[in-house]
Design a protein around this ligand. Structure first.
Ligand SMILES: CC(C)(COP(=O)(O)OP(=O)(O)OC[C@H]1O[C@@H](n2cnc3c(N)ncnc32)[C@H](O)[C@@H]1OP(=O)(O)O)[C@@H](O)C(=O)NCCC(=O)NCCS
Length: 185
């Protein structure tokens, strides 16, 4: 799905824009992927595991998502640079098409500026516009207090815990929490 471009102000007064990724973004997206993977333990990959993401693969992903009827990617740009991305998708299967899922990551230099809030607001709006969807699902890793605060502010509630879902390089085991945001119909 294509996300129509929109702009908003960051907490520091700068302007950010949000839109679907385009082919011209490929190198910027790859740089973003590697950088964000190295900045936080709270996403699924270490930077050295991003090797499968080549220019060609990224092109395929952008084309697939933009053409899809059940998946969208929102990239957030500040000063023409990608600083965040968020995906929302849902199933087309009869038994599960009432469920959407989402995930978000921003470069750390851009945390706490309101980007997460604006992207999650947009994802909720997109889910509300699909009459089948009654809930948005996501998860966060133990210790990610910023993500948890953001999601709770946006109406998500914890529904379960997967013990020891993540094992860091130093052996630390972390739980993963599932959350759901109901869409009122
Ligand atoms: C988690 C993440 C998406 C949040 O986005 P963000 O743009 O920083 O979030 P926002 O600025 O919109 O909002 C964050 C809120 O949490 C609050 N907050 C910040 N740090 C906090 C902390 N350590 N504990 C509790 N609350 C915190 C902020 O005050 C803000 O609330 P407010 O708007 O009511 O003041 C972003 O920090 C990020 O990409 N982190 C790394 C990757 C990641 O963790 N992704 C999520 C995986 S589940």
């Amino acid at each position: 799905m294509i996300v129509e471009r929109f702009e908003f102000y960051l907490k520091d007064g700068r302007i950010a824009s949000v839109r679907s990724p385009e082919e011209r973004d490929i190198q910027d997206m790859l740089d973003f992927l590697y950088k964000s993977a190295g900045e936080t333990e709270f996403i699924i990959r270490y930077p050295e595991e991003c090797g499968e993401y080549t220019v060609e693969k990224e092109r395929e992903i952008i084309q697939r998502i933009n053409k899809s009827d059940n998946e969208a990617m929102l990239v957030c740009l500040v000063d023409e640079k990608i600083v965040g991305s968020c995906v929302i998708s849902w199933s087309n299967n009869l038994k599960t098409k009432h469920r959407a899922s989402t995930a978000i990551v921003l470069l750390c230099e851009y945390w706490n500026l309101g980007i997460g809030t604006r992207l999650i607001q947009q994802v909720i709006k997109m889910a509300e516009e699909n009459k089948n969807i009654i809930q948005i699902e996501l998860s966060f890793v133990e210790g990610n207090t910023r993500a948890r605060a953001l999601y709770e502010k946006m109406g998500f509630k914890i529904t379960g815990v997967k013990p020891n879902a993540i094992r860091l390089k130093d052996g630390t085991l972390l739980n993963e929490y599932a959350m759901i945001r109901e869409i009122k119909r």
